[in-house]
Design a protein around this ligand. Structure first.
Ligand code: BGC
Length: 504
């Protein structure tokens, strides 16, 4: 067994641990099967509503190129804080930003949705009274909301919440239009702001990366939750009828995959008893199956489940636990990251965490215990990273973006795991290499998307403004085309010139 080779554990304990480790291991064949299932589920999600993953059409039809300009308001809701930002896009891939953070309490996350949206509107109001935004009396500020939850969108500024994730559970929100709830709350306070774009954080990530560094094929989050967004050919988005699109028919559309719900039917990812315990005790059992193996919200809890099992089998800490270890979600993923960051032989950080944060008596923590805790973190994080590589490989396959040229494949990322967890990107790349080949893996540039949630929301608000203008221009253009057609029919060759003129 790789991670416990240097311990003095007895053979029976080693065998016990080895059995657990095997359950977390994903071999090459399993990874290939997971990739194939990803592509199947993508196809199904693009063809039918109500599938998992939801493959949400976002009505964002172009990616930015860095020349965009304008001042927008951006809101970012999805974690501990609500962020309100004033974002000025300066063109030339430059941005100016001013922001404030407002704490979202547990009571707001799990109370009445109306209270949550009132709180957001109050925060916007507070921000605007302190910010200096150059607007005339009748000018309205366009707002982009980064809302990091699954929403079924029907326009760039409309979408119904499908389900909460990541510990949010506010009542009377599911099934309602998030933008309308926010607009109503703002209107009740006479805050002169137009809710223009509802943007998932992955879409924001994709747009921000495209604004700053040009072409980008995927915006992916590996943080508290996980998800990815990419640009799809409209032909593949079979579930979206053309009637649903107000304005000219686009060739392409950004799809928010909501891949956290991949394998909800539990077909391909091998589950352990530790995953099952986590799922059963979660606020959304049987949902977000992939996310629960991957994201920061859950990894610490899986490790805690393993360690408790080992304590109960008298393999760890001489069978002793602590209040903190006995607490649901008591072992944070950040602690895993700190433990793995420490390369010292004796695991100084691990001991400090166990005694200072997890309430274990120092005398009860042996060197073998330290080795076991480090091993637990390693097997859970390694599986998470390898599984993450499958999603990236699936998007590379789905978009055919690496075929027929030798350019970079650019992936914009955000989230605490990919940014800070030691070895996470290496693990992701190891399965990516297996699934797309070494050449493509080497050409895959994984780079941080600069504040996707803030800048992405502003870019979303701008995209919405453009769509609004296009819709206003469209009837005029259509009338021009009709007139031109009539004149052409009437006067053949001369009509052609009239058509060209009227379109110009
Ligand atoms: C949500 C996604 C979000 C992801 C990353 C998931 O729990 O369902 O909408 O993009 O977390 O924040």
């Amino acid at each position: 067994m790789s991670y416990l080779a240097d311990t003095s554990l007895n053979p029976a304990a080693l065998e016990f641990l080895e059995r657990i480790e095997r359950q977390f291991h994903l071999d090459d064949e399993q990874l290939q099967t997971i990739l194939a299932q990803f592509l199947k589920e993508f196809e199904l999600g693009l063809s039918k509503y109500g599938e998992s993953p939801a493959m949400v059409p976002t009505f964002v039809t172009h990616l930015p190129d860095g020349t965009e300009r304008g001042t927008f308001l951006a809101l970012d809701l999805g974690g501990t804080n609500l962020r309100v930002c004033q974002v000025t896009l300066l063109g030339n891939r430059q941005v100016e930003m001013n922001q404030s953070k407002y704490r979202v309490s547990e009571a707001l996350k799990t109370g009445e949705a109306e209270d949550l949206f009132n709180y957001i509107a109050d925060s916007v109001d507070h921000f605007l009274t302190t910010a200096d935004i150059p607007l005339t009396e009748d000018e309205q500020l366009y707002l982009g909301l980064t809302f990091s939850f699954p929403v079924e969108q029907t326009a760039i500024n409309k979408g119904k919440l499908l389900t909460w994730t990541k510990g949010f559970a506010a009542t009377h929100a599911i099934g309602n239009d998030v933008m309308q709830m926010l607009q109503d709350a703002l209107d009740r306070r006479h805050v002169h702001v137009k809710c223009a774009a509802l943007i998932n954080d992955t879409v924001g990530c994709l747009m921000s990366r495209a604004y700053f560094s040009g072409g980008c094929i995927l915006g992916a989050i590996f943080g508290t939750g996980t998800n990815g967004a990419y640009v799809e050919d409209m032909k593949a988005v079979k579930k979206l009828s053309t009637d649903a699109i107000d304005g000219p028919l686009p060739d392409k559309m950004v799809i928010n995959t909501e891949w956290g719900a991949f394998d909800n039917a539990r077909k391909v990812i091998p589950r352990t008893i530790f995953d099952n315990k986590l799922d059963r005790e979660s606020i959304n059992p049987r949902f977000q199956a992939y996310e629960k193996c991957i994201s920061g919200m859950y990894l610490g809890e899986i490790v805690r489940n393993i360690l408790l099992y080992l304590i109960d089998n008298s393999i760890l800490f001489g069978g002793n636990s602590s209040k903190q270890f006995n607490t649901h979600y008591g072992f944070d993923t950040e602690l895993m990251s700190n433990i793995e960051n420490d390369q010292s032989d004796e695991g100084v950080t691990c001991r400090a965490i166990l005694t200072q944060k997890m309430g274990m008596d120092d005398k009860l923590v042996s060197p073998n215990d330290i080795a076991i805790v480090r091993w637990g973190c390693k097997i859970v994080a390694t599986r998470a990273a390898k599984l993450s590589g499958c999603a990236v490989a699936a998007i590379i396959n789905q978009t055919h973006c690496a075929e027929g040229h030798e350019d970079f494949v650019d992936v914009g990322v955000d989230g605490s795991l990919i940014q800070f967890y030691p070895g996470f990107e290496d693990g992701l790349r190891s399965s990516l290499r297996l699934l797309v080949g070494e050449n493509v893996e080497k050409r895959t540039r994984i780079g941080l998307a600069k504040d996707g949630s803030g800048i992405g929301a502003a870019l979303g608000a701008l995209a919405s403004l453009h769509q609004e203008r296009e819709r206003q221009v469209q009837p005029v253009l259509q009338a021009g085309l009709d007139t031109a057609k009539a004149s052409r029919e009437a006067a053949e060759g001369v009509g052609k010139a009239a058509l060209a003129d009227s379109i110009a």
